[in-house]
Design a protein around this ligand. Structure first.
Ligand code: CA2
Length: 148
């Protein structure tokens, strides 16, 4: 069974609660529930995390080297600053899908350029919460690192 780790960065625990005009009204708990249903349908083993702390996210990305075959990550605000997360992502050998709920390219200058995209296999943005489902569909059909 392919193991997928979904990581969510800072403030995404506030989804559905604040700024619904940008991030919508769906909560992170609702996204988690839809990801769990999709994992079941696709036959994926899913772990789902959120942290507001860069070091915790670095530890999780490192743990994925043993615990996951693919990573889906919404790095949120750390997308634009975190060289530590970039380094950890570069050490992961499987596919990484970077995901943003909003279209970061249509945002202000501080939210436009992700420093993490260079370590991503694919980037999804602007699809709203469906981006998580799209990312799961994508990783489900990507080759395993052993069969690549
Ligand atoms: O669109 C996304 O998924 C983002 O990764 C979300 C980040 C933002 O910095 C990126 O540009 C795009 C911010 C997440 C903060 O989420 C909040 C949700 C509700 C209220 C306040 C923040």
């Amino acid at each position: 069974m392919k193991r997928v780790m979904i990581l969510n960065g800072p403030n995404l625990n506030l989804l559905g609660v604040r700024e619904p005009h940008i991030y919508g009204t769906t909560t992170l708990d609702q996204i988690k529930a839809s990801c769990e249903a999709q994992a079941k349908a696709l036959g994926l083993a899913l772990s789902f995390h959120q942290s507001n702390h860069e070091g915790v996210l670095v530890d999780l990305i490192q743990s994925a080297r043993q615990d996951a075959d693919a990573i889906i990550i919404n790095p949120a605000g750390y997308s634009f600053t975190s060289i530590a997360m970039l380094d950890a992502m570069k050490a992961f050998e499987g596919p990484i899908v970077e995901l943003h709920i909003s279209n970061i390219h249509a945002r202000d200058k501080y939210h436009r350029h992700s420093v993490l995209s260079q370590a991503a296999t694919a980037v999804i943005c602007g699809l709203g919460p469906y981006g998580y489902i799209a990312a799961m569909l994508a990783v489900a059909q990507m080759p395993d690192k052993t069969s690549a």
